[in-house]
Design a protein around this ligand. Structure first.
Ligand SMILES: Nc1ncnc2c1ncn2[C@@H]1O[C@H](COP(=O)(O)OP(=O)(O)O)[C@@H](O)[C@H]1O
Ligand SMILES: [Mg+2]
Length: 257
């Protein structure tokens, strides 16, 4: 969501034209070819009604519900609350579930970031920015696209420090060919590329076979714990952690930064 612009329309006074402005600005930007997500933060759900949902309070899932999920630390697996409008933009409906969130927020840590955490999760699920940047027309398993995308942002691909790769196996081979490979017994340093070989006999990646199924970036290693950043971890970008030497870690690619 780095390049996303957020526009807030806020005023204590009712009837001042907030909802109307949001609708007009959103529709205008969409006409202009922008990707737009409108978020109705009003418990009355006026914007939601304007956009055609006549009974916002009957919706199974709206902004209040997803904000509650953020507060309770529940993972948002897919964004079923996002609706599409025929004028070419998407919106998150609002309804009176927001009132409950508002009172519940009083004693929540970092409550001022709850909406932002929700918005950040929108760009993080599904990996579209990463696989489409790579050149795919539709979703693929995108862990390697994510690593490649990050590398490209840092200029490491053009400098030959990290390859542009979409298949984990190709990534492993690239590092091995250059003698820049370490097995899972080492304590990795920040920026190493971590490759996994999942032990999931009945899953899509199958039993452990020495072929990498997943890849991420090492953030740091402290007190025997490897901290990573991974794309396509449950279809999201996530920070994860493992013990040094954990058996599903296949090994590490060591970029010559
Ligand atoms: N630029 C405008 N000119 C005239 N009427 C407007 C304008 N903007 C909004 N309105 C009208 O004012 C009323 C309140 O607007 P609304 O967007 O619902 O305000 P808010 O969201 O601030 O409560 C609505 O009836 C709307 O149609
Ligand atoms: Mg309004």
């Amino acid at each position: 969501m780095a390049k996303t612009k957020v526009i807030s329309v806020a005023n204590q006074k009712g009837g001042g034209g907030k909802s109307t402005s949001v609708y007009c600005i959103g529709a205008g930007l969409a006409l202009d070819g922008k990707k737009v997500l409108l978020i109705d933060v009003d418990p009355q759900g006026d914007l939601t009604k304007m956009l055609g949902m006549r009974k916002p309070h009957d919706l199974p899932r709206a902004l209040g519900d997803v904000m509650s999920d953020v507060v309770s630390g529940k993972e948002i697996a897919e964004h079923t609350e996002i609706m599409h409008h025929h004028e070419g933009f998407d919106f998150v409906p609002g309804n009176r579930a927001l009132s409950a969130v508002e009172t519940g927020l009083v004693n929540v840590m970092s409550r001022e970031t709850v909406l932002r955490q929700y918005v950040d999760s929108v760009g993080n699920i599904g990996g579209q920015p990463y696989w489409s940047w790579y050149g795919f027309e539709g979703r693929v398993e995108w862990c390697a696209c994510f690593v490649s995308w990050c590398s490209n942002e840092c200029g490491y691909i053009e400098n030959g420090i990290i390859p542009k790769f979409a298949g984990c196996v190709n990534g492993v081979q690239w590092f091995k060919d250059r003698g820049q490979w370490a097995d899972n017994s080492i304590e990795p340093t920040p920026g190493m590329i971590i490759f996994f070989d999942w032990d999931s006999p009945n899953g899509s990646s199958g039993p452990q076979d020495g072929q990498s199924d997943h890849v991420g970036i090492v953030e740091k290693c402290e007190n025997g714990i490897v901290y990573t950043v991974e794309g396509n971890s449950g279809d999201s970008c996530r920070q994860r952690q493992y013990s040094v030497g954990y058996y599903e870690i296949l090994g590490y690619g060591i970029p010559a930064y």
